[in-house]
Design a protein around this ligand. Structure first.
Ligand code: NI
Length: 403
């Protein structure tokens, strides 16, 4: 990393850095404590317990049990000013950990394989620091500890529970530790960062029969094969090529024997896109294609199609705030990666629909320490040096926004 990038910050960056660096052992301790006790969505009881216990210890006002296990904490400063929210997701995944580390998961079949343990530790560190430095900012900082990001989604019920109100949040920021980027880089951009997520289940209803007598049947396997191919034309031939989109059929099940024509077939899949204007389009078009193929073959169908998450869209001004802060913290303008869009989804999108904000990726991979496995992999782990960087970025965002 280059350390010659000039800082234009009004507060003393080096002093803040030193006090945040002194928090590093605690950040690691909290992260590892959580890593050993991973919990699935809406079951984050132990996680919520640790968060509440720390907030209590530090005298930070908070409310527990929001959307099951969510927590909202508020840190008012000594001056009136804007309200900035910081969001951290809390849940783990149904993955059996394969890392051989002292802080390995103690919960069989459950693992923090996405780094949300780190997100909680970073938010706690930021809350602790700000609670000790209330003179360094104006207004209020709100911490939103959100359950169930991996599904079924805790952000929406938290928004509905009013976590962005009273005091009303002016902007929200959040980060994801990101092993697709090396330690010492930050992925941040304005506009679409992550895709909308929609899902479908479809059953093709044909007519079964003898494998040697297809004329007496309506073969659901042949119908399904045509549907799978035809669905690809939605992205290739219907959507404006400037708008990225994906239609994936992830499951296809049919048949019981080599000489039996299957009467029914079942498929499921996912649809992704960035442009919010496409909401509602894919469900309709998918049904037209399925109905058309079925009609041409004498089959019928049952289709369930649902919208899960909107796209993650960053506000131009808040993204610029994060970008400028991040380039100071990582001391390298070249470490800012705007080409970090992904077709992955995130329910941070619901917060960003309600208020302007910015979600960004904090590079956490370190191949030299064998810490570069992809997210959701049984050997996922990240370089914990990123924890302190996350706190620094959040703290400086607060000090720049809340003035
Ligand atoms: Ni994640």
């Amino acid at each position: 990393m280059v350390s010659t990038f000039p800082t234009s910050h009004s507060v003393d960056l080096s002093q803040i850095r030193l006090s945040i660096r002194s928090l590093q052992p605690q950040l690691v301790e909290w992260r590892r404590h959580l890593h050993q006790r991973p919990e699935l969505g809406f079951k984050e009881q132990l996680t919520a317990q640790l968060i509440a216990q720390k907030l209590q210890e530090w005298g930070i006002e908070h409310q527990t049990g929001i959307a099951e296990t969510g927590i909202v904490a508020t840190i008012p400063s000594n001056r009136p000013g804007p309200v900035l929210a910081i969001r951290a997701d809390m849940d783990a995944l149904p993955v059996q950990e394969e890392n051989d580390v002292p802080y390995r998961s103690m919960h069989d079949g459950v693992m923090h394989a996405c780094g949300h343990d780190g997100h909680v530790a970073i938010a706690l560190g930021t809350a602790y620091y700000l609670s000790q430095h209330r003179d360094d900012f104006a207004g209020t900082v709100k911490f939103i500890f959100q359950p169930a990001e991996e599904g079924p989604g805790g952000a929406k019920p938290m928004v509905e529970a009013g976590v962005l109100k009273n005091p009303d949040v002016d902007a929200i920021i959040g980060l994801h530790l990101w092993n697709n980027l090396p330690l010492g880089t930050v992925g941040v951009r304005s506009g679409a960062l992550m895709a909308a997520v929609e899902c479908f289940n479809c059953t093709i209803l044909g007519k079964g029969g003898h494998g040697a007598m297809p004329h007496q049947t309506v073969d659901s396997v042949v119908v399904s094969a045509q549907i799978v191919n035809a669905l690809q034309t939605i992205v290739a031939r219907n959507v404006d090529p400037i708008d990225s989109a994906v239609v994936t059929v992830g499951e296809l099940h049919a048949g019981t024997a080599q000489n039996v024509i299957a009467g029914t077939a079942r498929m499921s899949g996912t649809v992704r896109y960035f442009n919010p204007k496409l909401e509602g389009y894919f469900g309709k078009r998918l049904e037209q294609v399925i109905a058309g193929v079925c009609q041409s073959q004498g089959a019928s169908y049952e289709l369930d199609y649902w919208h899960l998450y909107p796209p993650v869209i960053n506000d131009v001004k808040i993204a610029e705030l994060v970008r400028s802060v991040a380039s100071e913290v990582i001391e390298s303008p070249v470490g800012i990666v705007p080409e970090c869009q992904t077709m992955g989804g995130e329910d941070m999108a619901f917060f960003l629909q309600a208020v302007p904000g910015c979600y960004f990726f904090l590079g956490s991979a370190n191949p030299t320490k064998d810490l570069a496995y992809p997210h959701h992999h049984p050997r996922f782990d990240f370089d914990e040096t990123a924890l302190g960087m996350g706190v620094e970025i959040f703290v400086h965002c607060v000090e720049k926004f809340c003035r």
